[in-house]
Design a protein around this ligand. Structure first.
Ligand code: SF4
Ligand code: SF4
Length: 129
């Protein structure tokens, strides 16, 4: 229960807290659909938590649990991606979809293999330079 409350708090606070790191993103989308077919959710560890999350935030009803990775983390996919990898509800896609790949994240970012975008990491020494 505590974990769930924490998840809800993080979900809400993610809209208000200042982001921790800025990445430079270059490239463009190749429309492969990988990011809609394979995604993670920070702080959602169980199917029950996911169902409660969908009840609280109905916009997440478009997602379903696809399986688990080798570390046991839930993998999600979107019901609205077409077999060709395109969004069937492009005009109404979520804010997180519009922002993808995010330039402001609080953790080290990673893109799908073959994604048309590239995340350019900056180390501390780059800022010093
Ligand atoms: S994984 Fe990258 S290239 Fe493929 S659809 Fe998503 S953003 Fe576009
Ligand atoms: S709403 Fe569209 S862009 Fe967003 S995850 Fe689903 S298919 Fe992809």
């Amino acid at each position: 229960m505590f974990d769930l409350l924490k998840s809800i708090f993080y979900e809400i606070s993610s809209y208000f807290v200042p982001e921790k790191q800025i990445y430079e993103i270059t490239g463009e989308c190749k429309k492969c659909g990988k990011c809609c077919n394979y995604m993670y959710s920070i702080d959602t560890y169980t199917e029950k938590e996911f169902k409660i999350m969908q009840t609280i935030f109905p916009k997440y009803k478009r997602f379903y649990i696809k399986g688990r990775d080798e570390d046991g983390n839930l993998i999600f996919a979107c019901k609205l991606v077409t077999p060709e990898g395109l969004c069937s509800d492009y005009k109404n896609r979520l804010r997180m979809c519009k922002k993808y790949p995010a330039r402001f994240v609080a953790y080290r970012a990673q893109l799908h293999e073959g994604c048309g975008y590239k995340v350019n990491f900056k180390e501390f020494k780059d800022y010093l330079d």
